[in-house]
Design a protein around this ligand. Sequence first.
Ligand SMILES: [Zn+2]
Length: 204
Amino acid sequence: MMGAMASVEKEIFVPAKTGASTTLRKGQLLRLTDLDGRQPIDFWAFSQENPWEHLSCEHTKTSIQRLYPVQGDSAYTNYRRPIINLVEDNSPGQHDMESAACDQARYKELGGTADHPNCQDNLHFELKKLGLEIKGVFQPWNLFTNFLLHADGTFTFEAPNTKPGDNLILRAELDCHVVISACPQDITETCAGNPSDILMEVGR
Ligand SMILES: [Zn+2]
C-alpha cells in the first residue's frame, strides 16, 4: 500500500464537507486516502507559473483516449501538458471526469438549501488562501466517484466502491497548486448519503 511514497513531509486531515490545498514541486507526490470509504474527492490543479494553465478534463480525455485516467496515465492541462500523473491506484479506480462540481444551484435544484456546503465554494475558498485571483468554473477530476455510464448514453450516480483506507498516489509533473474538496453531497448517492473525511499527504 505504501509503495510509491517513501517519505511523508506534510499531512493534512480534511474533515468531511471541507476543502484543502497545497503546493507541489515537480516530482513531489500526493497521497489521498478515503479514510472511511465511499467518499469522493473533487480535485483541481493549477500551474504555479501561470494558473490559467490548469488540469483540464476535456484535454485529458482527448490525450489518453479514455473517460478518465488509470494507473500510469497523466492528467493534462488546457495547454496539453501533463500536470499530474496517477502513479499508484489502491482503489477500485473510478475517477470520473464528466460531472461538474456541486454548487449552490445544484443543491437548490435537488430541493436543498443554497447554504449547503459545496465543492465549488470550497475551491474558491482555497484559491483565495493560495493567493490566486482566478474566477471561473473549473471542471474537477472526481476521484473515487462512481459515475456510471450506460450503453444507451444515460448515466447514474452510484455510491463509490471504495473501502476505508483506499488511496491513490499522484505525482506533480509541473510545479503546481492543488485543491481538493471532500464532496458534501448528501442528497444523491454520490457519497453514499454520508460525506466523510479525507487524508492528504505530501511526500517523495
Ligand atoms: Zn461536491
